[in-house]
Design a binder for this molecule. Sequence first.
Ligand SMILES: [Zn+2]
Length: 107
Amino acid sequence: MGKSLNIYGQKVDIVEEDLTRANLAGYYYLESKKITICKHQDKDQKKRTLIHEFIHAVCHIQGWNQTALTNDLQELICEHFSNALCDNFDIKIKKRAPGKPKARKKK
Ligand SMILES: [Zn+2]
């Protein structure tokens, strides 16, 4: 992809790598503010993963890690918001198939 996002004035880079060994669809790296997407996904899956990680980035930049919100709850929020956004804003994205890598935040 080689792109970047502007989230509340902060630059968040997007890169693609092979994450199959880590069994991840993608992750947001807090320290370097970078989203990594597994390159072995189809276009729609990449978009879905990117939206999920984008929400992680927004939450992090807004300081959610300093709240009492657990990582599990943040995962649920990111997953449900990305699903609801895709369903309502005409983003054609397949639901994650069972056994596929799960998008997860990595510290
Ligand atoms: Zn996640």
